[in-house]
Write a protein that binds this ligand. Structure first.
Ligand code: GLA
Length: 386
């Protein structure tokens, strides 16, 4: 699949623009194992890059024009580099154009050339697997090379986030881009979103005969919509009422005080973030000390916390999680921003087909859309394809 897409993107570029691209770059989507809505609270996250990728074929131009096109949307978008803004960039092209814009903020005084870009991707859109971060990071590594900016992966993650916050208009955190840039085969990326220090941790799934199942509910979510932003606002309000810079500074011991000071809804939002940070640390410790079979309960507590305290789950996600657990999953939870998208289930390999079948049957019984159920594995991060 990877080689097919890599070749297809180069051919697609050539067919459209009439000449061959300089090189192809790729960046993976990500799945978050645990640590949800903690990134913008300067907390801990533990995602991994997955074996689904965006491929970007790029070539520099001699003028300052940018042309972007993709296999998944018709037409070519053409714009002067200096004219990229939230008003001029829309739809999927806001991601690559946003990255060019964010990188330009880093080019002090210098000018850079425009470029032609063509994209193909097999990261499912709207599933909570960061198809958007995969686009951003493939373009970020490409332009970092072509414009010879020398930015580190950490700086490029920030560039992707800036593109998404400023040009796309979604107030998301730094997790998705970090996972897409820093991923490593069979490893998770344990990231401290305050210091941006990252450590890759051996997941050990294959060794233990486990696989991670994605259950894409097909319930669409968009982070530019209100739910995500309102959760973020509640966290900020909670932190400021507690006199803290961010909820990262709150621990379990602060919860009784928070319960007294905050209204019920804000308190539950805060409790989710505080306990979720704790669960990330416990997951990393459990993986190190006891292996992946020991993390099941933490995954499910995370789901309960998102369902009951943060209130970002939907019936389809709850059904996916409960059904997977009933049929032998070790742990399961919704993943990503919420309000739709996907659930994950950590499953013994021999149970995968039973769990997939049962979830699909349960969805049919309840009259839900047919879910997309597939296995992902932890893959290396964004890179130049040679
Ligand atoms: C989305 C955002 C991330 C993060 C998650 C929730 O994926 O893009 O920054 O906030 O939601 O954990």
């Amino acid at each position: 699949m990877t080689d097919l897409l890599k070749n297809a993107v180069a051919t697609g570029f050539e067919n459209l623009f009439g000449y061959a691209p300089e090189v192809v770059w790729s960046a993976p989507g990500r799945v978050n194992l645990i640590g949800e809505h903690t990134d913008y609270n300067e907390g801990f996250v533990f995602p991994f890059a997955i074996n689904r990728h965006t491929f970007a074929a790029v070539a520099l131009r001699t003028d300052a024009v940018v042309r972007v096109a993709s296999a998944f949307a018709p037409g070519v978008i053409e714009i002067e580099l200096s004219e990229i803004s939230r008003e001029t960039a829309s739809g999927w092209s806001a991601y690559p154009l946003g990255v060019a814009w964010a990188l330009l903020q880093k080019v002090e005084g210098g000018s850079v050339q425009g470029f032609d870009l063509y994209i193909e991707s097999d990261v499912p859109v709207g599933a909570g697997l960061s198809s958007s971060a995969a686009i951003e990071c493939s373009v970020a590594v490409a332009l970092n090379d072509l414009w010879e900016l020398g930015l580190s992966q950490r700086e490029l993650a920030r560039v992707g986030q800036l593109a998404e916050n400023e040009i796309v208009g979604a107030p998301t955190g730094i997790m998705d881009q970090s996972a897409s840039l820093l991923g490593k085969l069979d490893h998770g990326v344990f990231l401290d979103c305050r210091s941006l220090e990252a450590e890759v941790i051996d997941l050990g799934f294959a060794r233990e005969g486990l696989e991670l199942l994605i259950i894409d509910t097909k319930v669409e979510h968009r982070h530019a919509d209100g739910g995500y932003a309102s959760r973020r606002a509640a966290c900020e309000a909670g932190a400021s009422a507690l006199g803290l810079r961010s909820l990262r500074e709150a621990g379990l011991a602060d919860l009784p005080r928070a319960a007294e000071l905050l209204d019920d809804v804000t308190f539950r939002r805060v409790r989710h973030v505080v306990t979720e940070n704790e669960r990330v640390l416990q997951t990393v410790a459990a993986l190190r000390e006891r292996g992946p079979r020991a993390i099941g309960e933490l995954l499910y507590s995370s789901h309960e916390s998102m369902r009951d305290d943060f209130e970002i789950s939907v019936d389809e996600l709850d059904t996916a999680v409960e059904t997977a657990l009933r049929h032998g999953a070790i742990g399961a939870r919704m993943t990503g921003g919420g309000f739709g998208g996907a659930a994950i289930a950590l499953c013994p390999i021999e149970k995968i087909s039973e769990i997939s079948r049962s979830v699909t049957a349960e969805f049919a019984l309840l009259g839900y859309a047919k879910p997309d159920v597939f296995v992902v594995s932890a893959a290396p991060g964004a890179r130049r394809e040679d």
